[in-house]
Design a protein around this ligand. Structure first.
Ligand code: PLP
Length: 381
């Protein structure tokens, strides 16, 4: 099966043996009857497993070219489950430009529990080796990074991970499996905030993990059940429905993203524009190699480079909504320094380029003319 077919049919062969409903029923139940102790039809309690969630988990595995999918109550709950694979003394190397909530989880929760993190730039994969020692267990990669749109060569990082017998996990939220499939490039775990493009309609919060290896899947399933950060059947249904149009939405996100990126780059009041599709983007060649398109996430600064100039733009936008989050059908604008990345200290933010005038756009699937016109009026107001 090819990708577009998988978004619709992947793992969905047996959604409703009872009546043959085309969409899986929402099994809104916490428990399942047993004929004799242990005599059940595959489900006994909905933390351990639910048929609607299972249908989604099979779909997730299919679209990421993995064998096992696991769905969680949020993206951070999925990351939390990965971190619970480790114990005090273990070290994790992470990209330094990453989702603020991931940074907060690593530094404020898991560092207290004895796991050590090293945040480094990974555009030069060879540099990772300087940070590996006998305690290192995992490399955590986000690509494209949030919000600076750096692109990391997953295949190059995976060669280093394999050489040193480390796990490699990739947060694939920005790219989605439509644009890149990390497991095929050598990653062991692919993670999503399904809240974003997979759900696609800004109506659900969810996270997921997909892996190829059974042993790793068993460990993660144990954590999912033991820690219990699962998602409900209604949300599972919504994300499963979202995935069925992922390929259509992503195609338009990419087209609109390109139109918006080129407009911004040509505007005299705009400073820097970060979008991996530009030939002069420092990682453009890697993006071209590992991604099928460049996506709809764009960050830019104002020429004036002040907080006031950025604030004025986001306040004046009309089609774009000023809001946290990304990946929905509607266009959103965010101000990382005060919103998504406020949990990262200002000195840390500045090191990675998150200046006070930086605006991040999640370009939706509206008409590109309306999006460009909206940005134009807000920038020129
Ligand atoms: C949103 C996001 C997360 C966290 O996911 P939630 O569903 O909000 O918990 C993690 N990584 C990236 C790249 C994100 O954009």
């Amino acid at each position: 099966m090819k990708f577009n077919t998988k978004t619709i049919h992947g793992g969905q062969e047996e959604t409703d043996p009872a009546y043959g409903s085309v969409m899986p029923p929402i099994y809104q139940t916490s428990t399942y009857s047993q004929t004799t102790p242990g005599g059940h039809k595959g489900f006994e309690y909905s933390r351990s497993g639910n048929p609607t969630r299972a249908a989604l988990e099979r779909s997730l595995a299919s679209i990421e070219n993995g064998n096992y999918g696991l769905a969680f109550g949020s993206g951070l709950a999925a990351i939390d489950a990965v971190m619970k694979l480790f114990k005090p003394g273990d070290e994790i190397i992470s990209t330094n430009d990453l989702y603020g909530g991931s940074y907060r989880l690593f530094t404020k929760i898991f560092e207290n529990l004895g796991i050590k993190y090293r945040f480094i730039g990974m555009q030069d994969a060879a540099g990772i080796e300087d940070h590996i020692n006998e305690n290192t267990k995992l490399i955590w990669v986000e690509t494209p990074t949030n919000p600076m749109m750096n692109v990391i060569d997953i295949e190059a990082v995976s060669k280093i991970a394999k050489k040193h017998d480390l796990l490699l996990a990739v947060d694939n939220t920005f790219a989605t499996p439509y644009l890149q499939q990390p497991l095929d490039l050598g990653a062991d775990i692919v993670m999503h905030s399904a809240t974003k493009y997979l759900g696609g309609h800004s109506d659900v919060v969810m996270g997921s993990l997909v892996v190829k290896e059974k042993e790793l899947a068993d460990k993660l399933y144990f954590i999912q059940n033991a820690s219990g950060a699962i998602c409900g059947p209604q949300d599972s249904f919504l994300v499963l429905r979202g995935i069925k149009t992922l390929h259509l939405r992503m195609q338009r996100h990419c087209e609109n993203g390109e139109a918006v990126a080129r407009f911004l780059k040509s505007h005299p009041r705009v400073g820097k524009v970060y979008w991996p599709g530009f030939e002069d983007h420092p990682n453009h060649e890697v993006a071209k190699k590992q991604m099928k398109g460049f996506g709809g996430m764009i960050s830019f600064t104002t020429k004036e480079n002040s907080l006031a100039s950025a604030t004025k733009i986001v306040e004046n936008l009309k089609v774009f909504t000023l809001a946290e989050s990304l990946g929905g059908v509607e266009s959103l604008a965010g101000h990382p320094a005060s919103m998504t990345h406020a949990s990262i200290p200002q000195e840390e933010r500045a090191k990675t380029g998150i200046v006070d005038s930086l605006i991040r756009l999640s370009v939706g699937v509206e008409d590109e003319e309306d999006l460009v016109a909206d940005l134009k009026q807000a920038i020129e107001a």
